[in-house]
Structure formats: C-alpha cells, structure tokens
Design a protein around this ligand. Sequence first.
Ligand code: ATP
Length: 424
Amino acid sequence: MSTDRPRYKHIDDVERLDYYEKGGYHPIQIGDYLHKQYRIVHKLGHGSYSTIWLARDEGLSRYVAIKVGTSGSNHKDFDIPNRLADHFAGEETRGRALVPSVLDRFDIDGPNGIHPCLVTKPAMCSLADTVEAGSFDPFRTDVARALAAQLAMAVAYTHSAGLVHGDIHFGNLLPRMPTGIDDLTDQQLYERYGLPEPEAVVREDGQPLSSPSVPSNVYACIWMGKPSNELSLDESKLILSDFGTAFSPDEESRFISYTPLEICPPEARFEPTKSLTFPSDVWSLGCMVWAILGAKPLLGSWLFGPDNATAAQVDILGPMPDDWWEKWGSPKKTELFHGNGKPKPGRSVWTLERLFEDSIQEPRREMGMEMIGEDERKAIFEMVKGMLKFSPSQRLSAQQVLETEWMRKWAIPEAERTWGTEGL
Ligand SMILES: Nc1ncnc2c1ncn2[C@@H]1O[C@H](COP(=O)(O)OP(=O)(O)OP(=O)(O)O)[C@@H](O)[C@H]1O
C-alpha cells in the first residue's frame, strides 16, 4: 500500500480508513450486492487483510458471512478450509465441524483491485469480543471445558491434514450462531441486534472524497454476542477461523511466529534459524486452553516485550534449556534471576499455582460458579505442562492432548454435550 495516503478524521471501532486505496480494502456499503446474490445487511468484523460482512443470500434465503480480502495480498488461506475438507473427503473425521465450511468463493473487481471473497456461515462474534463484553469474567465451567476441548480437536484436525494454524487466539475463535437466525427478516434482525449506523468518512484536509477507492460511510460491527459469563453450552459450538498465517511445514519453512506475544512459542525467539512446526501451535493451544479457563491470558497483557514474556515463562514453567538460558543476554535476566529458573529471593513470582488461584478459581468463587476440584486441577496442570514444554520436541502433540486425562474425563464430554445429536 502507498505511503502517501490522504488522512481521514478518526472514527472509533472501525477498520483502518487509509487501507481504502489500491491494493487495500474494497469499499462496501449496507445494501450493496456482491456477486449479484448477496445483499450486505451489516458489518461483522475487520482485520488487517479483510472486512467481514453479514449478507443475505437472496438465492437461498439465509444469512452468510462474507470475508472480502484486500486486493494486494496473497489470500491463499481462503482456500484452506476447502483443502482441509478435500484432505478428509469421504472420511468421518472429528473436527471437521470446527473449521469454517465454504459456502461460496468468488472474486470481485473494484476500484482498489480484485478482491477474493469467502462465504461461510456467520458466527455470533469472536471469543475476544465475549471476553471483553464480560469484563474478563470467566466462562461457565462447563462452557470453558467444552470450548477448550473443541479448540484442541480443531487444532488436531488441522495438524492431521499437515497444516499448522499459526495464529490461535481469542479473536480467531468464533462461537457459532444458534439456529433460527435465517428466519429473521432484515427488520427483525435489526430490531434484535440494532441498525447499522453509518459514520461519514471525512478527510482531515477538508477535501471531498473524490476517489471511488474510499467508501462514503463506514460501520461499527453488529453485536450478536454475549458476555463470557452468559454464554451457555448451547451457544458454545466453536469455529477455529482465519487460516491467514497457516502453513504446511512439509512445503514451507517458517521462521517467524505471527502470534501475539502472550501466546508466541519461545522457540521463535531462541531457535530463530529452525523452522516452526506443529509444536508451535501446541504452545499457543496450551496458552489458550488456560486463557479459556481463566478468560485471561496465561502470560498477562502486562507483558511489555519479549524479555518480560521470557521471564514470565520461566517463573511459570521453571528452567529453560541451558543453551537458551545462555543465549538470553538481556539485563532483565540478571535483574530477575540468579540462575536458570531461580528467581531472585524476595521477588513476587507468579507461579502456575498462583495464577490458577488468581485467574481461574477466585473469579469463579466470587461469582458463585462451579469451582474446579482438586483432581481436575491436577489433570489440567499435567496437560498444560505437557503442552508448555520449552523444548518443542518434548511437547505433547495435539492428538496426545486429546488423550490426556483432563480432555477425556472433563472436557471432551462437555464438548459432546454441546453438539448433542448433531455430533462433532
Ligand atoms: N464468519 C464470521 N462470523 C462472524 N464474525 C466473523 C466471521 N469471520 C470473522 N469475523 C469477525 O471478524 C474479525 C476479523 O476476522 P479475521 O481475523 O478472519 O480477519 P483478518 O483480516 O484475517 O484478520 P487478521 O488481522 O487477524 O489477519 C474476527 O475477529 C471476528 O470478530
């Protein structure tokens, strides 16, 4: 995208306006038709590489989500859900329902270029939204178990097709829309969830918007979600979405992790010349299972940079491999530790036990929710520690995660209850 961009007056909670240019987003207004068949009804979300819209499929009388990619990027990820489905064609594979199924795929040619469009089912929101709306209150305990199991199944499914997801975080975990939405007229949908509110795009220099590259209005996203603590088991069917950073380790080397710092696998920092592979996802999965149980990341949002992340990892998990410890040349190391895995005396250390009390048990106690019993706590610790081994080769595989005691006894049964007769 160009660096000489016109500047626009800031509008809260919308996509980056300067991305509306050649190579960037496609300008879309409520009421527009895409591919002659899909009438845009509301906005669902936006990311760095796409805007996502709720549309009415006029042919099939249903609502759909349309992800409209920027024109200048390679959106090979748009084909991944189909690649996964083809990989397992004809097989009954657990996990298939947990990744998006593609309803349609087409391109649109607009003022900013050619944009790939992916049509899938609309979800309620992302778990990032539910957690924020719930002020970081925990999910109900049965819901948390069900979400964690589904996420592990989705990752195992992706891995068994030879792909690493590469970006497993709350923003990419979408609770499915409960059935019944398709019966709503636009009017009923707007009465239930609110009308789209157009916000005029205005240039800072006062010049008119003369370019067709820029939409005259942008929209905040529809809110069809629920706060974390109100999500019921029925509303907890999960989709692992956004394969934008997925890769096949057999076909491609990947030395950079695109995950946020709090879930970034440590080998991305300490073994930068080795390609990431499946265990990098398992690290993120371990962090996310914990985050689902606590509605907060394992390594907090107070992380200021990679040194803080590494220090928190050592506090939680103990010594790191000696060669990594030697490589870690930051003053932070000597400020906080007097040896590998040895915090300086007197320092307040956030151990796994302390974090469990603070972010998983205590909020549940305060809210009168089902607590996690001692046997379950032990099983969670064993599994999470197996996923969060510093050394990638020692981590559990996603399939082994599904075979752990916690998954078998506590989490998978809740996921199965969530899906009921529909089956996973
Ligand atoms: N099918 C869907 N139904 C409802 N909301 C969706 C759907 N797909 C995406 N969203 C919303 O849009 C947001 C952005 O989607 P997504 O992460 O796929 O975009 P992206 O451009 O690939 O983003 P990134 O910047 O992470 O690469 C999600 O966090 C979610 O809130």
